[in-house]
Design a protein around this ligand. Sequence first.
Ligand SMILES: [Zn+2]
Ligand SMILES: [Zn+2]
Length: 285
Amino acid sequence: MLLFLTVFVASYLYHGLGITVGYHRILAHRALRVPRWLEYFIVSGGYLCFEGSPIAWVATHRVHHKSTDKPGDPHSPIDGFWHSFAGWLFAPEYKTPKEQFPVVVPDLLRDPVYRLLDPSNPKTQWLICLANCIVFRLAILLLLGPAALLANVLAAGTIFIAAFLVNSVCHLPAHGYRNFETADQSRNVWWVGLLACGEGWHNNHHALPQSARHGLSWREPDISWYAIVLMKALGLAKDIRLPAKKKAEFALAQKADGGMAHAAETVAALEKLADLDPRLTPDAV
Ligand SMILES: [Zn+2]
Ligand SMILES: [Zn+2]
């Protein structure tokens, strides 16, 4: 039982942070920098959770931010809940064409490892990812046994679904609340925040997309942010981007339904962050 729990927690963090810190905050938004070897290790957690090519993932996500909940958004619930949850994956017309990659993801195309994981045929890309995911789990089975394999599969499966919930539930007006009056439907949903390692504070994220921190107060726990703070303490993370306080205050002052109760403490938390370490002085976002 101890082995099962240990592998479950370790797998949840490895795969969860692989998607949230690796694919999302480091690659898609360049919200922080880590040494290249560590970046590859973190991103491998997302890749081995069947997220596919980092180049294609980041391209989809950057287009999502550009056209959120408007025509052109790859996975918005305005096209139906199932579409935003997983249906978009099977709809080629919602995929970002490879011809646009040099414009959308020029930074990732310069990296030989990410290029290697993104062969020209999308089906080949998924087959290579699937093969790597299977080999990884065979290694767990051989080294640690069937209980460890089950723990890893359950953890990876949960975090895989949690990523879909961010795209769908966190854009549904019926759920959660908004801190910021953004031009899209994004919401902060607490249970997605917990399941998806802090990514459920999605309205905060759409308002301040380049911020490395998504949960902005103690009411909005953000495991990915805590991991970034730990990496910074170990001297492994730098150029951490945080929301400019003035912009956050301005956006909070304009926000609509339900979020006003948290406004004062969110601003206070931002002030504390700036005091905490002058090297964290926020970039403009
Ligand atoms: Zn979104
Ligand atoms: Zn994002």
